[in-house]
Ligand binder design. Sequence first.
Ligand SMILES: [Fe+2]
Length: 352
Amino acid sequence: MQARNQEFRRFEQVEKPQDYHLSEQPHGEEFDEEYEIRTCDMSGLLAGDPDERDAFAERLGQALEGIGFAILTGHGIDLSLHERTAALTRELFESTTEKQRLKFLAARQGSVNQGYFPVRETTIIHPDLVQGWVFCRRAFDLDGRADWHESDFWPLPGFEPAFRELVLAQEPLILPVMQSLLRYLGCDPHTWDERLAATNFGFRLNYYPPLEGNPDAGGRMLGHEDVDLFTFLPAPAVDGLQVLNRRNMKWIRLDAPPGSIILNTGDYMQRISNDIFPSTTHRVSRPAAPELQAQARVSFPMAIYAWEDELLEVLPGTGTPKYPPVRAIEFHTAITSKYYGEDYAVAEDESA
Ligand SMILES: [Fe+2]
């Protein structure tokens, strides 16, 4: 597939000058072996050390301004929880039939397309070799709603409380990360506190089936940028994540240590930071070792969103605003209509 991202630029809501093939090319792509994605240890910050507040903000801000990706350590979440969640993800896809899964076929609720995405149907623009399942806040028993029923969202009982453990463990990291980024930008670090209390998120389970056939064939997921403030991705056990260095247009292979969390900024953050934090292109390629290609790969990123009616406004002190304020749902669905069809976009004043 020879399509390039720039053919879809009319959907974009932030400046993305990078020009790349959506589909991984078997030959001729260049790799950046030099660039090191920075590791940022959160332990001092989370322990409340006041010196670390500024030091961490500086480290994280620099890392993200440079490439849009960082590796978080010292976040307090046990490796065993990552391992249990990986096993559960595998189990969710392997213990259900396609018929059971299709009952939960993805549909838009607010800004986000939520539910199950069959293999090759994650988007209409590229047949990604992945089955996905997006569970947003409403799919979890988090807010004590009387009308909440597990069976409305989950194909089998027991998965929701088990996956909720990781969601609950990661939720307390949202504000420290956001506050650090705001601090780095010279803004009041609490500007977004209220908007992010019980905010929406997209917890996406990815199941990449074992690869068959031609080892020269393309990758597992197309190059894309995340449509969110930022994403927490517990380091996957099987490698394959690649990040585009837009300064030299080479791909960086990102293989983070077990137990760490990969953090990247997305379109919402690029918009409100006036392009200081980039929404960086990444993709999932085949693992380097041939024996790993015959194994399924799982990953479980958690995308942090603002609720659909929140306004995305360029933050003060980040220079002359390049973008006008926009409601999150219009921003989000304008971009993602490239993946789901033009009628996915919600226009101004249209009810969600
Ligand atoms: Fe992504």
